[in-house]
Design a protein around this ligand. Structure first.
Ligand code: SF4
Ligand code: SF4
Length: 383
């Protein structure tokens, strides 16, 4: 629970700081190990190795601290979270401390027996990624032959166990035309929700921007398809869409505001305000090995760097949307402006907006054929 500013009853009232918000969601990246190699993976380019991962006892403490801090939902993610043999123990502990558990899996290498054990441990919800709506696209994008068929089998098993299922699909030039097929796939598998997220260009996706970036026409057509489907499938399939902001007028409200609603724990225990924040070199991330989650949420320099509106450049601070989009994305400002405290170049008011648009159009036209697949920088025998 967040501590409020203490004011002794006999003292003159001190000016009250705005109370800190309570985070309701925590992304727990249990490992960076993953059998797939998606070229847009949201993990950092420098992946944490197995021998750097937090041990079971530390994760259990972190879950307990998260619940005490006010977190309601924990997203068990990676890499591939089922690569952790202690996943079931973690799920049981989350259930015990009152957290809603969501497993985010690529589904490759997950046997029916493992799914049964995960279900028995008390998992509340499963999100399963599909890199394409057809085997050719899934297998090519993930660089894993047979991945699509394995995912189909996992989806059926999840539903057989009676668990709610969400399909995750990251869209880009190679599969943006498949959005209607992704919707059909989700319906055929008995999912009640699908997330259609346009690739976000940080980390691996930034490296692969020339091979991933769709054209403006493709993006606007995709938006129309999603809007039409939302109306048609109302009450049947919930469609959550993460819009591509390179071609947008306003930026997305990244994380719904830095340090406002959620936190992200990396496999080695660093706590980040957003999963891509490690690309901002000036930030100092505190680690759960040395600090409690509450200390980190309240006092760590990284969480306070861009919290609220005081840090904003004049352009944002004087803008009526400053508490709607919170100045956009700090990581995108870093990637394009070289300054994490700049207005997000995705905003049409940014002096760099035209530059961003030109980059997107040049990448879409470049039509690079080969992916630089996500991988550990050097082969790791411990993987
Ligand atoms: S995006 Fe792909 S490579 Fe990255 S963790 Fe998910 S499945 Fe693995
Ligand atoms: S100027 Fe800043 S606050 Fe205003 S819309 Fe653009 S990014 Fe958002």
């Amino acid at each position: 629970m967040n501590e409020r500013v203490n004011v002794a009853s006999h003292a003159a009232p001190a000016p009250l700081r705005a109370p800190l918000p309570i985070p309701y969601g925590m992304l727990a990246e249990l490992t960076h190990r993953c059998p797939l190699m998606c070229p847009y993976c949201s993990n950092p380019v420098e992946l944490d190795r197995r021998n750097a991962e937090l041990d079971t006892a530390t994760w259990l403490r972190v879950f307990e601290e998260a619940a005490k801090l006010g977190v309601l939902q924990v997203h068990l993610s990676g890499g591939e979270p089922t690569a952790r043999r202690d996943l079931e123990e973690m799920i049981r502990h989350c259930v015990k401390v009152g957290l809603y558990t969501n497993l985010i899996t690529a589904g490759v290498g997950v046997t029916p027996e493992r799914l049964q054990a995960i279900s028995d441990a008390g998992i509340d919800h499963v999100q399963l990624s599909f890199q394409g709506a057809t085997p050719e696209v899934t297998d090519h994008v993930s660089n894993f032959k047979g991945a699509h068929e394995r995912k189909l089998a996992v989806a059926r098993e999840v539903r057989r166990l009676g668990l709610p299922l969400t399909i995750n699909s990251v869209v880009h030039r190679a599969n943006i035309h498949q959005i209607p097929d992704f919707l059909e796939l989700a319906l055929s598998l008995g999912a009640r929700r699908i997330e259609i997220a346009h690739a976000q260009y940080y980390g691996w996706a930034l490296r692969n921007r020339g091979a991933l970036m769709p054209t403006r026409e493709q993006v606007f057509k995709a938006l129309d398809v999603v809007e039409e489907a939302r109306v048609r499938l109302k009450g049947v399939l919930t469609i959550d869409a993460v819009v591509p902001d390179y071609y947008a007028k306003y930026p997305k409200a990244c994380m719904n505001g830095w340090g406002r609603q959620s936190l992200n724990v990396t496999p080695s225990g660093k706590v980040l305000p957003c999963h891509a924040a490690e690309m901002i070199p000036s930030l100092d991330f505190w680690n759960v090995r040395e600090h409690s989650l509450a200390e980190i949420w309240q006092a760590s320099p990284a969480f306070n760097a861009f919290r609220g509106t005081d840090w904003m450049p004049d352009l944002c601070r004087s803008c009526e949307r400053k508490e709607i989009d919170w100045g956009g994305c700090r990581c995108q400002a870093m990637a394009i402006a070289g300054d994490a405290a700049a207005t997000d170049p995705a905003c049409h008011k940014s002096p760099l907006h035209a530059h961003l648009l030109a980059l997107a159009e040049a990448d879409a036209a470049a039509d690079v054929a080969e992916y630089d697949y996500r991988r550990f920088s050097t082969p790791d025998r411990a993987q």
